[in-house]
Ligand binder design. Structure first.
Ligand code: SF4
Length: 237
């Protein structure tokens, strides 16, 4: 009797393993419950950045990189009182724009980008802001996150731009665990139910900003406490 084990199929051994897409740690019913509660708390969430139209929204979001919304709003109050179109911004010019935004981090680079994106909007888009995320990403200083926020807030696209707050909330709760913002965005786009997608971005940001704060999450007062998988929840004092 031949006791040798059957020879391995060399083709099968070489076949690359299919990478499983990252998964939420929450069950479908828990994800539904999470967004149901976030919607109950804030039925119509709004951006906390001040803006007057899609153009001023692009400018405000571009200025908000590594800055707080409160700081950006302070700087743009006077600016948006006189500038609401790309042509007006170009007429204002980089030097005077800097005077308005010098309290915001990276103001020189941001001023350059705002003037450049205003020129591009005039030259390539007839002075209008494109609604398409890929077109938005072509604008100087407008990355994937900014484009996603503008597409969502100004044009009602169900995009989820992952900022520092969403990254933290998604990882702590287990909703969308991921090592990079892109990885978290990929999983959120797949698992957030369609009927919650339009506002998911704002609900998660506000959850991170006011409850699931970076240094000390307010777990005892969190509406997601029983769903959240974070292992270091804070206790009531
Ligand atoms: S229970 Fe705590 S860690 Fe979990 S989402 Fe709420 S505040 Fe954040």
């Amino acid at each position: 009797m031949n006791s040798k084990p059957p020879a391995k199929n060399p083709q099968a051994a070489k076949a690359p393993r299919k990478k499983r897409p990252p998964r939420s740690k929450l069950k479908k019913s828990e994800i539904e419950a999470m967004f149901f509660r976030l919607r109950e708390a804030r039925p119509e969430p709004q951006s906390e950045l001040n803006y007057a139209n899609p153009y001023t929204l692009v400018v405000a979001v571009a200025l908000s990189a590594q800055a707080t919304d409160v700081g950006v709003n302070k700087a743009t109050r006077a600016l948006f009182a006189k500038v609401t179109t790309p042509a007006q911004m170009v007429a204002l010019g980089e030097a005077r724009l800097i005077e308005h935004i010098r309290t915001i981090g990276l103001f020189r680079t941001k001023a350059k980008n705002v003037i450049a994106l205003s020129n591009m909007l005039i030259d390539d888009f007839g002075g209008d802001v494109p609604a398409d995320r890929e077109q938005l990403e072509k604008l100087p200083g407008v990355g994937r996150k900014t484009a996603s926020v503008v597409a969502n807030v100004a044009f009602g696209e169900p995009t989820i731009a992952v900022d520092t707050h969403i990254f933290r909330v998604a990882n702590r709760t287990g909703l969308g665990p991921g090592k990079t913002p892109n990885a978290v965005e990929e999983i959120l786009e797949r698992i957030v139910p369609d009927h919650y997608k339009l506002h998911a971005h704002h609900w998660l940001i506000l959850q991170g900003r006011y409850i699931c704060k970076a240094r000390k999450p307010d777990c005892p007062n969190c509406p997601l406490d029983d769903l959240c998988k974070f292992t270091k929840k804070t206790l009531a004092s």
